[in-house]
Design a protein around this ligand. Structure first.
Ligand code: GLU
Length: 306
């Protein structure tokens, strides 16, 4: 299969420096291997996604010189996700779940280390073959979410940057949602179906998603897809040591584009953080291609000052 990477932003706000760091390293990895780069707009959350944010992301990537070869929008792909959800349903691997968020919070204590909630299997039926028979007749008229059964065993993989990882899905997250009760598609299903159908061979993204990979690998295997290489990245953190997020306004591209001398000065700073150049000097994306190597990229998170 030809080498292919992707950048898959959720258009729920302006990109911040951490998003650009992921985009740049994915793009450089692809360009240095002569592969193709996909831009996929992950606008699955109807309440938070906006077309205008997607357009802004596209404009920011062009400003940076990170051109893509293929372009997709997840909100146009519902029929494809339905097809794969039905395959899992047909194998009796899913069940309807009527738990509200409040129900789940009331029965499960969040995980001590990171606040994760492990679903306790409250709605998991004894007989999975009959799971969907009366799904539309909930006494309170509730619509169900669709959950996927997970096995009580370790899913192991080798991350190309962080090395061997192993997660027991039953203990890490429990049966997880593939489609929400309001019909919105869950990230885990959409990302796997899309990466597989788009022929993605290398997934590069922040290490905040490192432990989502086992959920995704489980889905790849169930659907008979080939698992790509996962290569997670250190996170960019603010001065307080927290991962950059939409609240760090001064490090979003709107502010940065107002104050930066050029896109090349932003790229130079990021390339310096990635260990690709010795000093944060202006440099173009294309000039960085010959400098790129995964062995130069740090493992530790990176502190960014304003
Ligand atoms: N859309 C996800 C996000 O913006 C990233 C998905 C991925 O790279 O797997 O957090």
């Amino acid at each position: 299969m030809p080498m292919k990477g992707r950048f898959a932003p959720s258009p729920t706000g302006r990109m911040h420096l951490g998003n650009v760091y992921s985009a740049l390293l994915s793009w450089l990895s692809v360009r240095s291997q002569g592969g193709a780069w996909v831009l996929r707009i992950e606008d699955l959350d109807p309440q938070r996604s906006r077309r205008s944010f997607a357009e802004q992301i596209e404009d920011d990537l062009k400003w940076l010189g990170l051109e893509w070869d293929e372009y997709f929008v997840q909100s146009e792909r519902g029929a494809i996700y339905t097809h794969y959800l039905n395959i899992l349903k047909g194998k009796y691997l899913t069940y309807p779940c009527y738990c509200t968020r409040a129900d789940i919070m009331a029965t499960q204590a969040p995980h001590e280390s990171d606040g994760r909630i492990v679903y306790a299997g409250t709605c998991r039926p004894a007989n999975l073959e009959h799971a969907w028979l009366n799904a539309d007749s909930h006494p309170l008229g509730r619509k169900p979410a669709t959950r996927l059964i997970v096995p009580d065993k370790e899913i192991s993989f080798v991350d190309a940057h962080y090395g061997p990882q192993s997660v027991n899905l039953a203990r890490h997250c429990g049966d997880f949602v593939l489609r929400r009760a309001d019909g919105a598609w869950a990230y885990q299903l959409a990302v796997v179906v899309d990466d597989a159908l788009m022929g993605i061979t290398e997934v590069v993204r922040g290490r905040d998603l490192l432990l989502s990979a086992p959920q995704q690998i489980y889905l790849y295997r169930l659907l008979g897809f080939e698992v790509p290489t996962f290569c997670h990245l250190p996170l960019l953190c603010n001065e307080a040591g927290q991962r950059l997020c939409k609240r760090d306004k001064s490090l979003d591209l709107g502010e940065i584009r107002k104050s930066a001398h050029s896109s090349n000065s932003v790229l130079g700073q990021l390339a310096f953080y990635a260990g690709l150049i010795d000093r944060p000097e202006p440099v173009s994306a294309l000039d960085l291609v010959p400098e790129f190597s995964w062995t130069k990229v740090p493992i530790e998170d990176i502190y960014v000052s304003k």
